[in-house]
Design a binder for this molecule. Structure first.
Ligand code: EPZ
Length: 422
């Protein structure tokens, strides 16, 4: 297993480019199942999770390959019929595989998709996905760890459905199902993340009739068929946010190019509250970490609230603040796995249920630490950059799920960071 070794305490200076959004690319690639033919998805990051979804689509009978001319472009050839199943071996490594469920039911009225199971950060149920698909006319049986779904009447039928919980992939799954359903669907209490809006734009480019994606109410008029996809996914706001936090660490000055300022409002508000200087520049945002951060309280929430995917990264900054901060994680039940590792680096953090009290210290000191999940591992890299001495982040396969060669992006900023193949 690879590890990342960092000699911390070196000021970061310069610009870094943001890749395409993992959490936009995954639903958009799944949406290709909705139409036979040759699809093109651009600005797709080269990540483990994207490769896993490509393997799954290949298993189902689609041909998936990166374009020679531009490695960020993925081309897919989707046949008239596919094997409508997502096996446990693939789904267990990437729960977003559940996103093939909606397209399979919409196009072929049949799907056998492994239940994703839980993960490090929480139970991650998909009850809302299944409830909504049932409302659209799917018949769903859970057997031997699989979702066995059929559409007895042949074609899904539009309906009005209100989610009990705001779910990003739940909203996305049902949008894709409704796109080919008969009649009108109104979805309420939808997730409002920018990646949901991006999927809506991709579906409209395929000929779907979708309005309101990115708001909490989405209207869809089903159509008989869709045309192949041609779409560029949005920049990754969480990768961008991770680099913005790097810029806010004491003594750093980082320009994040290609990030969408409108996607960063909740984070930028917190970075300014801790005392970082954030300015809009040509094509991105510049962050200067001016001295020791001030403490700030934060509460994660669905978009447009503070993103849960940025909680671990912000905690690193608050570990260095000149006071105590309260971090409340309202979205997932176990998303403080990074805390014990930050304590090994000298942080003072106490967790009580969904609340972490972070008592700032003047500096962190390097040590070997263990990644546990994707965003926790990004936080450990940030901590290593800020700590004095050497930090080794182990199990970086977690990191590679959502960050495209992060060490190659940070090194030009002056970071003394390298990957050791294990
Ligand atoms: C998406 O996961 C993201 N993944 C996650 O990013 C992100 O943390 C999460 O949204 C929240 O923003 C992708 O988009 C591929 P949810 P998702 O369904 O859709 C509950 C990363 O680091 N819930 O919005 O699985 C659930 O338990 C990953 O890139 C139900 O109760 O998250 C959770 O408490 C991690 N029933 C809350 O909703 C359901 O049917 C939000 O989950 C579905 C969800």
């Amino acid at each position: 297993m690879d590890k990342i070794v960092i000699e911390g305490g070196v000021p970061l200076r310069g610009s870094v480019d943001v890749s395409g959004a993992k959490n936009a690319a995954l639903p958009v690639l799944a949406a290709a199942l909705l139409a036979e033919g040759e699809h093109e998805v651009r600005n797709v990051p080269d990540l483990a999770d994207v490769r896993t979804l490509g393997k799954l689509l290949g298993h189902m009978g689609a041909e998936v390959a990166r374009a020679e001319a531009d490695r960020r472009t993925v081309r897919l050839r989707v046949p008239a019929a596919v094997t409508p199943e997502a096996p446990y071996e693939l789904v267990k490594t990437m729960r977003a595989s559940v996103l093939v469920l909606g397209p399979l039911l919409a196009r072929w009225g049949k799907a056998r998709v492994s239940l994703p199971g839980g993960c490090a950060i929480g139970a991650r149920p998909i009850d809302q996905h299944l409830k909504a698909l049932t409302a659209l006319g799917a018949e769903i049986r859970l057997e031997h760890g699989y979702v066995n779904a059929t559409v007895p009447r042949g074609r899904l039928r539009g309906t009005v459905f209100t989610f009990d919980a705001q779910t990003v992939t739940g909203t996305e799954n049902v949008m894709m199902a409704a796109a080919l359903a008969e009649g009108e669907t109104v979805l309420r209490n939808c997730a409002r993340e920018p990646e949901v809006k991006d999927l809506g734009d991709a579906l409209v480019a395929m000929g779907a009739l979708v309005e309101g994606a990115g708001t909490d109410e989405i209207w869809i008029e089903g159509v008989p068929s869709l045309r192949p996809l041609s779409h560029a996914v949005i920049p990754d706001r969480i990768e961008a946010g991770t680099f913005l936090v790097a810029g806010a660490l004491p003594g750093n000055d980082v320009t994040v190019r290609g990030c969408v300022a409108a996607h960063q409002e909740a984070l930028v508000e917190k970075l300014r509250a801790v005392g970082a200087e954030v300015t809009k520049v040509e094509g991105g945002l510049r962050v200067v970490g001016d001295g020791r951060p001030r403490p700030v309280d934060v509460r994660t929430a669905p978009h447009p609230g503070f993103p849960t995917d940025m909680q671990a990264q912000l905690m690193v900054l608050l570990c260095l603040a000149d006071g105590t901060s309260r971090i409340t994680e309202t979205v997932f039940e176990n998303r403080f796995m990074h805390v014990q590792e930050l304590i090994r680096l000298g942080a003072h953090v106490e967790v009580d249920g969904r609340v972490a009290m972070v008592k700032g210290v003047p500096e962190l000191s390097g040590a070997p630490v263990m990644a546990s999940d994707l965003r926790a591992s990004a936080a450990l890299v940030l901590a290593g950059l800020a700590a004095s001495g050497t930090t080794e982040v182990l199990r970086v396969y977690h990191l590679d799920r959502g960050y495209e060669r992060i060490e190659e992006k940070l090194a030009p900023l002056g970071a003394r960071i390298r990957r050791v193949r294990g």
